[in-house]
Design a protein around this ligand. Sequence first.
Ligand code: FAD
Length: 204
Amino acid sequence: MQWGRCTVQPKASTAGRALPRHPAQTAGGRLWLYAVGDVNGRVLLTHMGKYQAKVAADHILGRDVAIAAPVPRVIFTDPQVAAVGLTEAQATEQGMDVRAVSVPTGSVAAASIHGDDFVGTSQLVVDAAREVVVGATFTGPGVSELLHSATVAIVGEVPLATLRHAVPSFPTLSEAWLNLLEATQHTDDSFLCDGKEMTDCGSS
Ligand SMILES: Cc1cc2nc3c(=O)[nH]c(=O)nc-3n(C[C@H](O)[C@H](O)[C@H](O)COP(=O)(O)OP(=O)(O)OC[C@H]3O[C@@H](n4cnc5c(N)ncnc54)[C@H](O)[C@@H]3O)c2cc1C
């Protein structure tokens, strides 16, 4: 591969592993090449390339580097789809004992700002052993702005009991968190009744 004036010939075994967890993973224990962004084939998203660049800079400067950041991802459709962390299936595959709770995103006052036909669902995947969020998905108009709160909760491994003290402003879509956290306290795994919106079931 020609990069500017340099010719780079990555070995097949190291391709896509341009940000090793530990220098010992490289030949001779010494890093000399860092590949960040799409070129390493890990996550083809702008924000993850920028994050990888910071991780690489930290590594070059000898700082401790942990590469376990969950990947926030948004599909900018109408309605939007925004997700971060593990899905229920992925968490189960990893051997976690998880429960998923879901609520209608539009069961908050702010939804009316977006019109009468707000459609969408919000879901949290909770690690039952640690009582922390390991994944979140939001669908609905404008839900991409909800995503970072879930990313912070996952990265910070904030216990659900603590998250309940993170009070969202009224009237914002973030109030979906109130319903989600309340749902985690229910024995059934969803606030949806027979797949219908909560308001259809006589509660709001
Ligand atoms: C249509 C589309 C929509 C997208 N939407 C989103 C989005 O909404 N959100 C999101 O996070 N990501 C999005 N992405 C992905 C995002 O664009 C990429 O993940 C991001 O641009 C990767 O950045 P990068 O710096 O790694 O690579 P690039 O931005 O591709 O930059 C690589 C640079 O290297 C240069 N180059 C290539 N070969 C050589 C060479 N031999 N020598 C010297 N220079 C070279 C190229 O000209 C280019 O300037 C989208 C991608 C596409 C195609």
